[in-house]
Design a protein around this ligand. Sequence first.
Ligand code: UD1
Length: 422
Amino acid sequence: MDSILVTGNGPLNGQIPIAGAKNACLTLMPATLLSEEPLTLTNAPRLSDIKTMTALLQSLGAEVSSLQDGQVLAMSSHDLTSQTADYEIVRKMRASNLVLGPLLARFGQAVVSLPGGCAIGARPMDLHVEGLEALGAEIELKDGYLHANAPGGLKGAVHEMRFASVGATENIVMAATLAKGTTVLKNAAREPEIVDLVECLRKMGAQISGEGTSTIEIQGVDRLHGATHQVVTDRIELGTYMLAPAMCGGEVELLGGRMALVESFAAKLDAAGVQVEETPKGLKVARKNGRVNAVDVVTEPFPGFPTDLQAQMMALMCTAEGTSVLEERIFENRFMHAPELVRMGANIEVHGGTATVTGVERLKGAPVMATDLRASVSLILAGMAAEGETTVSRVYHLDRGYEHVVRKLEGVGAKIERIKGQ
Ligand code: UD1
């Protein structure tokens, strides 16, 4: 298995291009199942999760062509052959569950394995099921698979989610586009990836309003047509690389970044003493002198501080001046990076969903292990700011969500290389 070798060094300078959003692309791809006509996505990120979704769609009979070095995905679901999402593919990635709503809407039936994905909590699917049942689906769990049926088609309904789940919002919105009548989804998630999905669905002929607010209204239509859509910028990749100059010092411009995507995160960086400014090409992040200040963080649904940046923010807080408290409210088991950071000399105490981090002057390089996607990149960031060498093993997690990570960080002066495994 490959590993990443990072040698801590001085300030970073230069530019990093930010890719299209993994999490947007993973919900835009299943949207192809809603229509017989082609859907083309541009600005797609080159990631193993995208390959997994490609394999899943192909297993259903969809055609998916990866063009222009993977940045364009041309898809057609004209001749689907199956409505079953198999465990062998779904277990690799939780987002596979996003085929449930579209298949059910278009065919009145779907069989989807319960998902796997990052080991960061229980991650059930009850909110997806409740929403689709509100639209008239009958869903039962048999042998690890959700069997969903809507023999007479889905019907619009008013439904309030108990929690603003991102995936459940996406599944319910996609399903409602082809339901009879109007659906009002209350307590919907407001993430930019959902806004991006709705913009694409609208290009396909869906009638939707309220995206980006907690109430989304969908007027069902008989059919959706083809479209071309550009995937929104990846705000998590953006936030991750914003932390590179914050941790190592220097000045880095994140090309394609926008403040609106990372407002609550940028506010925390500002409070920590890191400068963030918008430029014509993106966002510029600089840390000039000394250590950053400790800041407290609570993860929340958008527009709150994203859980997907908590591990990386913890890496920054490890060398901050003072003590910070990081509270994880989205996932119950998302501090697996903490013991790895402690191996590098960090002072972290975890109690339930709260981590208390007392900054040390400097971290020290060590062999560490990536435990999930965002944890792996937090260890790379920590290694870049540490004294000596850090080897991060199990980096296959990283390939799920960060394209060309070595090339991008090398480009701004980091000492980082990928070591091929046996
Ligand atoms: C998406 C993102 C993921 C991010 C998360 C929260 C994708 C592909 N992934 O994941 O990177 O960390 O949003 O911002 O977009 N829950 C239930 N029942 C359900 C569904 C969810 O209890 O039916 C719980 C989960 O266990 C978790 C919380 O709700 O504790 C948030 O999950 P959700 O918003 O659904 O995240 P995902 O869509 O899986």
